[in-house]
Design a protein around this ligand. Sequence first.
Ligand code: ADP
Length: 240
Amino acid sequence: MEKPVLIREDGLRHDGRKPGELRPIRMEVGVLKNSDGSAIVEYGGTKVIAAVYGPRETYPKHLILPDRAIIRCRYHMSPFSTSERKSPAPSRREIELSKVIREALEAVVFTELFPRTTIDIFIEVLQADGGTRTAGLTAASLALADAGIPMRDLVAGVAVGKVDGVLVLDIDEVEDEYGEADMPVGYAAGIDEIVLLQLNGVMTKDEVLEGIKLAKKGAEHIYKVMKETLYKKYLKALES
Ligand code: ADP
């Protein structure tokens, strides 16, 4: 396909958003009855579900850590999540994303409260339209909160990109594919800590700093929606 116009003459993006605008967000917790915690998160056309099990007994036993819980994380794209069927076998990309999401969450979970146990996080991409790792991180953080696992803070993920020379928030698949750079960020707004930061492509130092500012602004909004989503569930539980 020929490269589409990413920034139109009126300054808006190919889907009509302003550079600093997020896609419509939807989220819900407690969506799976068999897990200890779960969440579904949508950023525009990207739909991701996360399930958390634990803290539970660690198997195999040699993996046990005497002073804290281990966190295991599997990020997976379902075969029907992409326009062409994706092989269900874990790719190198999925192995990398599982690791960076796990490390981001290890920064906020109080693992020392649950020695010898395991916390399992499963992230399943149902529909991919850019930003699946960041939506996955948001969903996993919500699912951990839904499971009642103590954390220093919630983490909101969002990617910033550079398209046609312009920094834009929450890039979609077209912007990811045809843009110059993509910088996913995981931000714990309450404690003001960045727990995930990656960069694909090339940006100047100033663009990176500007991009981080933009990502923090977007993540702060997502963080608010996450809190509201959790409150809503507990209010509902109190009412019934
Ligand atoms: P992220 O989803 O976190 O932005 P990438 O930058 O690696 O991660 O991928 C960007 C987008 O490219 C994905 O959201 C998805 O829409 C698409 N994509 C990634 N992997 C595949 C794949 N194997 N087949 C088809 N599309 C893919």
